[in-house]
Ligand binder design. Sequence first.
Ligand code: GLA
Length: 734
Amino acid sequence: MPIVFHQSSQTFHLFNQEISYIIKILPSHDLGQLYFGQRVHDKDNFDYLLELAHRPMSVCYFDGDLTYSREHIKQEYPVAFTGDFKQPAIDILQQNGSRILEFEYHHYEIIQGKEKLKDLPATYTSNTHDATTLKIHLHDQLLQLDLVLSYTLFEKLPVIARSCTITNRNHNSIQLNRLMSLSLDLPDSQYSLLELTGAWARERHITERPLCQGLQAIASLRGHSSHHFNPFLALKRENTDENQGEVLGVSFVYSGNYIMSVDVDTYHTARIQAGIHPETFSYTLQCGESFQSPEALIVYSQQGLNGMSQSFHHLFCQHLIRGPYQHQPRPILINNWEGTYFDFNEEKLLNMAEKARELGIELFVLDDGWFGKRNDDTSSLGDWYVNKEKLPHGLSSLSQKVHQLGLKFGLWFESEMISKNSRLYHDHPEWVLKTPHRHISHGRNQYVLDFSNPEVVQYIENMMSDIIAESQLDYIKWDMNRSISEAYSHYQKEQGRLYHEYILGVYRLYEHLIQKYPHILFESCASGGGRFDPGMLYYASQTWTSDDSDAVERLKIQYGTSVVYPLATMGTHVSAVPNHQLKRNTSLQFRSDVAYFGTFGYELDILKLNKKEQQIIKEQIQFMKQYRQLLQSGKFYRLKSPFQSNETAWMVVDDQQTTAIVGYYRVLQEVNMGYRRIPLYGLDPDRLYTILDQEYYGDELMQIGLIVSDESCGENHSDLGDFQSAIYVIKEKK
Ligand code: GLA
């Protein structure tokens, strides 16, 4: 049993082969955090970790005792204004104006497996033996509030999933203004803070800063998790690198406004928190009402960042992603967006589909512009019926013809949005999020529908269902192309609920469609990677990684994204040159060598390809079909960072260590450089492997490295030029 309660010392110890998490019921009846990290032996008592020194100038809890101060005792779920003084986990405004809370331990439960989170995405277990859950019930006697802290320990992973629920049992209502999903006190702050930051078309770049005293945070107030700060942070030790050293990663399973912070006090202890952003959150709970927090995931690794990422990848692939493609290779697709933009008709699309089939592509995706009167981005969002001028025979006819070619058929929607120039806006202007008598800003000429209103969601669901049924969709790209501003709901009585209820509306629509059409592959998108988060992955098993399809830029974006997200979730397309975002020219080979490490597809006008290019693409598709199982579900190692040098390298290895693929990229040509070797990881040191016709032992490839020198080493007249890449297939010699 990996969760033990030691009655004599009132201590919970959650442990598996890799980690330990220790909580104690304190003399003040609340919970103290004693330890989180690499697994330690279980024993009856860890009380020495309370470290009670004399604290004359601090606020102390017990009369006549100068040792027991909440400022110094590490708290498991801190409340505000009772002597702790760091960021609280919970804040409730009471009817008399007080915000003081006293949650005392009440009882606990241990459950085999993991319960679902009501209305929210969360990790799950398909087999109850995969995880054990501890639920600690706390109670505020004066307010008659129940607080349940939930901890799921995964059997074979260094992961704890946390969430909490609060229930009001009193006849007086309360106003819940803050409810963190996770609060974790660490005994020191000798870490640097690693984040995935960026902007549109520059998502999830790795940035690092030393932790320093004070509050440091990442957050989104945009209504979606955002391009700017991914809902993830890691604390890493000074000597930690990709392959060794201690790191602790936190990922938040939520797609709306959030905050993740580290609060370092003057004694150099660090408090990590993750939760819904309190700035746009306020819920009145009447008697009997509950609020469920989203889930936060903590991963611990002693094997550096790669170790942490591999745990996240495993967790997401086995316990978060659902649907028909969870364990299936993703279909190789062609998306018409960069190939045609809004300018297409049935004939053009069918010619593209025909050519796609010839090249070996499996899924044809029709992007924006198929509905209403949509010929540019100024109209028709909300009018989800076919544009007969472009598609005179309707979508069902197009879809049928695509299916007859032997391809699957997919469609783009942007369900949460509305254009002023639309029938829907004409009929229901009150469905737009808009503050009365105030200016309303647009984003890409569009406005946001009030998805906190069930009637709106139902209406959109009906329209989407009609289209799905009529056109027999196999795939949906679900876009969201603007942040929310001037938010106000005509439906909500309490505006503090709006942002959270909005994202619950999005989740509900996804869930209904998944239940009705379980075969559909969903790909989420928000102007590229503006909502690439674990919440979305619960519904949509892949995400369009970025609107920047330039292969050089993609090195950084995909490298950064892989810190948390598995390759099977990253939409990666080969697009045209000059690249549409940067005007850069790279070879077809370089573009596909980058795109192989993802779901893989094409986004260009394939009718413009010459014979040679068509042949190259055919071969790329054959390669991808042969190796995609490995590429999308193998163990992924980052080898060389584009953030640190001119080169990038990464690799995947299968579970049996029989096959591996290395991707190596050298961005700019250099002159008279040194020789280059890249040590590999994850192979069996004792097995003999082949690369082309050369043989190497695993230990050679890992200790000595793979030679990746090219003509830029030692010569200055190489005609290779910029943007070179190589794919090395490594096979165990039979
Ligand atoms: C967003 C998406 C693109 C494309 C366009 C269509 O920008 O990220 O991939 O679908 O919308 O308008």
